[in-house]
Design a protein around this ligand. Structure first.
Ligand code: NDP
Ligand code: 2IT
Length: 448
């Protein structure tokens, strides 16, 4: 074991040296490879074929200029990215993020995570991620459209239903996918529905895709609770964020009888003891594209805490659904002290490594994003299936498929953690299951 651990440490030092300054990428890589020593011990062929080293190097990284004109006619320049991380299991697959904080290292961390997440779904999809340092906040519909068109005018040559299939992520939802798809269709002169997912169901998108990440995370939480002889009904929940993932996690929690008492955006926190009114949140975020502080105009008994910390609010179950590293060690301490016993990541890498260590030390049920939020990309793969067969499935059928996929991911992670002597450690379980699957495919293809 010692030898395998030393080898992994050396690989990690190499990753840091080759990718200077990309701290989120380093964090994501370490989170995976630090759990793989027992696998290397069992499978010396993975070392011989340098599988970890190969999985840590993206297959391709594309960076491009995105010029566009704002409503005043002023020229704006953004930077666009698309990273194809691994295509052993299928075409590159993963979302696009539009947020001012986006750097190459952000996209690499997300694409790296996607490799393992996509493998966990059991569906034939490789991994990728893209986006731009564009800030959609405060932009008019026309500005968003012009930006998306310019972005796609470069991206189109790199994507395709057999090559690379983008979807949404932070700042990219149904509206943006519409503009992106329209521009792609116009440039290539073909209606290639399977080139993007997250499309509107009225024009070749899949039912349930919009809801799938949040719903899937709740299904995963439900399975974790079952193992502990518990259920969701009656549990007090806190869901950070108020975007796509947070909204539909909240919806499913409410459908299953849980009480969601708080949500947030990057400015503040809403605490509604009676339970969050989702219609109000959806009206503000999905229709008016406003700020969460407006919630109290509709629900005067609720409290808005400007700059507040959502993890201060006592809960049984926490669902970080906003962004990376939003829940740190001191937040974790607070949650545990307040009686929280399960943390399910709807976002990608929202908990810092120190927070995760605390959860494990305290026996908190902790579901890493690559397992718990895989329902989104899994339903994207179901959208690709529907597009390939020129078919449309019902909401109920698609939701059942999603549920089955989440139950299976939970089972595989849980069982593998036990098999490797780390019962209840979903991080190890998820990493080992998915790593083995990708590793075997990479080996089968030879050195390419
Ligand atoms: P949205 O853009 O719909 O919503 C993002 C939410 O998170 C908003 O409430 C936003 O607040 C908040 N947020 C974003 N960045 C920050 C920040 N730096 N600090 C505090 N709050 C922030 O994105 P999604 O809901 O789609 O994505 C949320 C998370 O889920 C991300 O980690 C994403 O990678 C992950 N994910 C998404 C999937 C999907 O299908 N969409 C699938 C799997 C994972 P504000 O409006 O103030 O910016
Ligand atoms: O992080 C993710 O899994 C996503 N943003 C969804 C990716 C997808 O291709 O549906």
């Amino acid at each position: 074991m010692k030898e395998a651990e030393q080898r992994i440490q050396a690989i990690y030092e190499g990753v840091k040296a080759r990718n200077p300054g990309e701290v989120e990428f380093h964090q994501a890589v370490w989170e995976v490879i630090s759990t793989l020593a027992p696998v290397l011990q069992r499978h010396p062929e993975y070392t011989e074929h340098k599988i970890i080293e190969r999985l840590c190097e993206p297959e391709r990284q594309i960076i491009f200029r995105v010029p566009w004109q704002d409503d005043k006619g002023e020229v704006q320049i953004n930077r666009g990215f698309r990273v194809g991380f691994n295509s052993a299991l299928g075409p590159y697959k993963g979302g696009l993020r539009f947020h001012p904080s986006v750097l190459l290292g952000t996209i690499k961390f997300l694409a790296f995570e996607q490799t393992f997440k996509n493998a966990l779904t059991g569906l034939p999809i490789g991994s990728g991620k893209g986006g731009a340092d564009f800030d959609p906040k405060g932009k008019s519909d026309n500005e968003i459209m012009r930006f998306c068109q310019s972005f796609m005018t470069e991206l189109y040559r790199h994507i395709g239903d057999m090559t690379d299939v983008p979807a949404g992520d932070i700042g990219v939802g149904g509206r943006e996918i519409g503009y992106l798809f329209g521009q792609y269709k116009r440039i290539v002169n073909r209606y290639e529905a399977g080139v993007l997912t997250g499309k509107n169901p009225s024009w070749s998108g899949a039912l349930v895709r919009k809801e799938s990440t949040g719903y899937g995370a709740v299904y995963f939480a439900e399975e974790m609770l079952k193992v502990r002889g518990q259920e969701l009904a009656g549990k007090r929940c806190v869901v950070s964020g108020s975007g796509n993932v947070a909204i539909y996690a909240t919806q499913k929690l409410q459908q299953l009888g849980a009480i969601v008492v708080a949500c947030s955006d990057s400015n503040g926190v809403i605490y509604d003891e009676q339970g969050i009114c989702l219609d109000t949140v959806r009206q503000i975020k999905e229709v008016e594209r406003g700020r969460l502080k407006e919630y109290t105009n509709h629900r005067p008994n609720a409290e808005y805490r400007h700059g507040g910390d959502i993890w201060d609010i006592a809960c049984d179950l926490a669902f970080p659904c906003a962004t990376q590293n939003e829940l740190n060690e001191s937040h974790a301490k607070k949650l545990i002290a307040n009686g929280c016993f399960a943390v399910t990541e709807g976002a990608n890498m929202p908990c810092t490594p120190e927070a995760v260590d605390l959860f494990h030390e305290h026996g908190i049920a902790y579901a890493p994003g690559k397992a718990a939020n895989a329902g989104g990309v899994a339903t994207s793969a179901l959208e690709m299936q529907q597009n390939a067969s020129r078919d449309t499935w019902s909401f109920e059928y698609t939701e059942n498929r999603l549920r089955e996929i989440m139950v299976n991911i939970h089972k595989n992670c849980h069982r593998t953690a036990e098999e490797f002597g780390m019962p209840g450690n979903y991080v190890a379980g998820a990493n080992i299951v998915s790593f083995r699957q990708v590793a075997d495919a990479v080996m089968a293809f030879g050195v390419i």
